[in-house]
Design a protein. Sequence first.
Length: 219
Amino acid sequence: MFAFQISNSLRMYFFKYNMGGRTDLITYIGYASTFVGFALVAFIQPFVKKTGKRAGIIGIEALAILVTLPMLVTGLKGAYAISAVMFTYIAITFTWTINNMLSRSAVLDSANYAQMTLGINGTALVNSTFTFVNKCCQAFSMFFSGIILSATGYNKDAVEQTPGCLKAILLLCTVGPIIAYVFSIAAMYFYPLTRKGEVEMQEKLDKMSFVNLEDDLIL
């Protein structure tokens, strides 16, 4: 979330300065985001049933790294290809939407896992902490981006920015998310729930709920 918010907040700067003022292209990314958001509603459930959240997140984040490379490579060469940039941004919209859905669902599974193993229902705590951390990421990402741009010579009144500033914008929009995805994949490697584990956990939770319901009825 931290890396995505940095990349998202710098999108306007990237198209304005790195892409020579082609801010009109952002409109098409917005259209793609809306379409992808609605289209994936029907796709995500069968996808999760097929892969499970752990494998799904690892796979989609690995794909996100690959689709970011065209924009990074062309940018480092100093010749931004519109096709490469638009491919990366639209593809990232697709991968981010899936990853966000799966991650939120995996967080809920973590709460259920704790309830099953420890007997403590921490769903409310987990959800509130997740929301709080997301808000912190949004706030600190803007602060971090501002510091980096200031350090590399950003001037809001300038029509063109310094080469160092342009490179910083490119790296924050590409390398930042790539590093974040690498760390996330490493973390998900140790995530204990496979698809089989998710099914077994849900069956146990259903039995626990049924037993508790029977106890309530007896009382």
